[in-house]
Design a protein around this ligand. Structure first.
Ligand SMILES: O=C(O)CCC(=O)C(=O)O
Length: 389
């Protein structure tokens, strides 16, 4: 205790010097930041950050508030930061919650897990906005993977059975049996196995989605388990935009579809591939059901939609290999799909899509829940024309 106090006194001295050098710059800043340590112990620091922080800039902390202090880069790369707006000069004990937000991430050097949260960098947010997708590493640790892998295996072994068309194949015809599926798909697993609700993946990706959408309140819209059978040349997930599957509603379309790799996802086993920038296209591309024949109610009809890529598009495609525990997050408009699994192992993934609360509520009001058993489905908002007509 005494040693800790001595350290604090020492730090106060150092900070008094530091504060003199940065005082001018920080004088007008009225935002105080309450930091939480990576271990989730409350550090209890009230600090005033310079408007822009560079790697070597110390953060100014008023000495009477100090419990711990270090360089901005270290703090900001390791810690989630929630802002509390206070009146300049007010005591730190009377802080009032401000608008939900995050500190400037300009110089956060690496994203990281933090309890139920995960802190993304400004670069990752910008990549998501620019390309329509982003790769975020290490969202679940190896020790946490069991919490999502065990339920997935219950589904794959047939111990939990989604109803009707919520258990289906996303690559072949609708008359396949589960043993024939090459892209096994369980829709809405948290509905059929409620134990999954609130798991660590749900908690972390909610935090990620709200950061990628710069503070908007995001809600789980649907979830999905996908598994590509080993050595299955037709386990192709056709090129599509997610928005083609969803009703075109006039609500805030902000979307974060998180795709967790349960196995390392590689070009060989059919990793995700994206057409960067297609999220900026104003219109949803023309889609049609995969394998459509003249009468799409016959055995050739499919649960999946597809759109065509131009030669120019083909040159821009990015195949995104990610590790077990990593995620990609994509927007509803970005064109994406995946190739076949040519490896000896399964390629398993757990999808969790977040949308704005108003959008999810509106979908549900219309009877659209992303269940493949919904009566209100893509047949209701697309006019299909067969290629052969
Ligand atoms: O898992 C795949 O290969 C495709 C998944 C996908 O398209 C999606 O989650 O939107």
């Amino acid at each position: 205790m005494r040693r800790a106090r001595r350290a604090i006194v020492g730090l106060s001295g150092i900070l008094a010097i530091v504060s003199a050098s940065v005082k001018k710059r920080t004088k007008s800043v009225a935002n105080y930041f309450v930091l939480h340590s990576p271990s989730h112990a409350r550090v209890g620091v009230s600090l005033r950050a310079p408007a822009t922080v560079t790697l070597d800039d110390p953060i100014l902390v008023r000495s009477r508030d100090i419990h711990m202090a270090t360089h901005a880069a270290m703090w900001l790369s390791a810690l989630p930061v929630r802002t509390r707006k206070v009146t300049t000069g007010a005591s730190k004990n009377v802080v009032t919650p401000g608008r939900r937000g995050f500190a400037s991430r300009t110089h956060i050097s690496a994203s990281c897990r933090d309890g139920d949260s995960y802190i993304v960098t400004e670069e990752q947010i910008e990549a998501f906005e620019r390309d329509g997708y982003v790769h975020i590493p290490g969202v679940l640790s190896e020790g946490e993977m069991g919490e999502v892998e065990d339920p997935m295996m219950k589904f794959l072994r047939g111990e939990v059975l989604p109803e009707g068309k919520d258990l289906c194949d996303m690559s072949g015809a609708t008359d396949r049996t589960p043993e024939q599926y090459t892209v096994y798909n369980a829709m809405l697993p948290r509905r059929y196995y409620p134990t999954m609700q609130g798991n660590i993946y749900e908690r972390r990706t909610k935090s990620i989605s709200e950061q990628l959408q710069r503070g908007k309140a995001m809600k789980i819209d649907y979830d999905q388990l996908l598994a590509k059978r080993p050595r299955s040349p037709d386990s192709i997930f056709a090129w599509h935009q997610d928005s083609a599957y969803w009703p075109p509603l006039q609500k805030d379309p902000a979307t974060c579809t998180c795709w967790l790799a349960i196995d390392d996802s590689t070009v060989e086993n059919g990793c995700m591939r994206f057409l960067p920038g297609s999220n900026k296209e104003l219109e949803v591309r023309k889609h049609q059901p995969v394998n459509i024949k003249k009468n799409r109610k016959d055995e050739e009809s499919s649960h999946a939609l597809c759109t065509a890529l131009s030669n120019d598009d083909e040159t821009k495609v990015r195949k995104v290999e990610i590790k077990r525990g990593d995620i990609t997050v994509h927007d509803q408009r970005v064109v994406h799909g995946s190739g076949p699994n040519d490896s000896d192992g399964w390629r398993r993934a757990y999808v969790l899509a977040f949308r704005t609360e108003e959008m999810v509520d509106e979908e549900r009001r219309l009877g659209f829940s992303h269940s493949h058993n919904d009566i209100f489905n893509w047949d209701a908002f697309h006019e299909w024309t067969s290629e052969e007509e």
